[in-house]
Design a protein around this ligand. Structure first.
Ligand SMILES: C[S@@+](CC[C@H](N)C(=O)[O-])C[C@H]1O[C@@H](n2cnc3c(N)ncnc32)[C@H](O)[C@@H]1O
Length: 247
């Protein structure tokens, strides 16, 4: 590890606090700040944590919902067991993962879906932001059939092109949608969180019969963004990542 990395991490108060309080990741404090501000998690809630590795948010969710609650964590990566939670490995974009979530929920509806999902960063901001937008949009689509009316959806987003499209799609599905940047996020970070409360029993008429993904794709097209679908057909629905302005 570089000297710079070591110094930055030694200076990071959230990392130190996470270590001293037994949280696996400094990001636990982002969810704690979201919770302090919006009280999204309640005792007895059923919660899905998408992009849960290494488990910091899952730990906080278990504390908040208590023994009468149910917390399910999902990540592409294997996550060490979190006491009081169930964890599965899978890709939120895949049908088989959605089926596995359904099996694990066993007829329960979610009260809250929290997602700190983030792609493996390439360091090219436009690419990372576009992939993040695509992931958050797909998590929103995955949430809709399993989140109870009145339920809450929280997702990480990176500021940039197309974000307004996602916010509009959320507003058509939830009565209260806000952006919130916890102070526990690094000051250099352009991440923020979308806090969507009170899922509507029926989406707004403009969203009916459409996925959020379709709406974002339309939104990008309206911005004159060309959508490149270089992936094989089976993966073509995740094709908003390579976007660039029309010539
Ligand atoms: C910032 S980390 C989450 C940290 C976590 N909230 C915590 O407090 O420990 C983002 C996670 O999203 C996961 N992820 C990215 N793409 C995913 C996908 N398609 N399906 C499921 N998880 C994904 C990554 O593997 C990564 O572990």
């Amino acid at each position: 590890m570089s000297k710079r990395w070591y110094q930055e991490n030694r200076r990071d108060p959230w990392r130190r606090q996470a270590k001293s309080k037994g949280y696996r990741a400094r990001s636990a404090f982002k969810l704690k700040q979201i919770q302090d501000r919006f009280e999204i998690l309640r005792k007895g809630d059923t919660v899905l944590d998408v992009g849960c590795h290494p488990g910091g948010w899952t730990q906080v969710a278990v504390e908040e919902v208590g023994q009468s609650g149910f917390v399910l964590g999902l990540d592409l990566l294997s996550t060490s067991p979190v006491q009081g939670a169930q964890i599965i490995i899978g890709d939120i974009k895949s049908e088989s993962t959605i089926e596995e979530i359904d099996r694990m929920l066993d007829g329960r509806m979610l009260n809250v879906l929290i997602s700190d999902i983030s792609p493996r960063l390439t360091g090219r901001y436009d690419t990372d932001q576009a992939i993040s937008l695509e992931l958050s949009t797909m998590v929103l689509d995955a949430a809709m059939p399993i989140l109870a009316p009145g339920g809450t959806f929280v997702t990480k987003i990176f500021q940039g092109v197309g974000i307004e499209g996602l916010i509009n799609a959320a507003k058509q599905r939830f009565s209260d949608v806000r952006r919130y940047a916890p102070t526990a996020s690094r000051s250099s970070s352009s991440e923020t969180y979308l806090i969507c409360r009170n899922k509507l029993p029926i989406p707004h008429k403009d969203a009916r019969g459409k996925t959020a993904f379709e709406q974002i794709t339309e939104h990008l097209a309206n911005l004159d963004i060309v959508i490149h679908v270089d992936d094989p057909p089976v993966e073509s629905k995740i094709g908003i990542r390579r976007h660039k302005k029309k010539e």
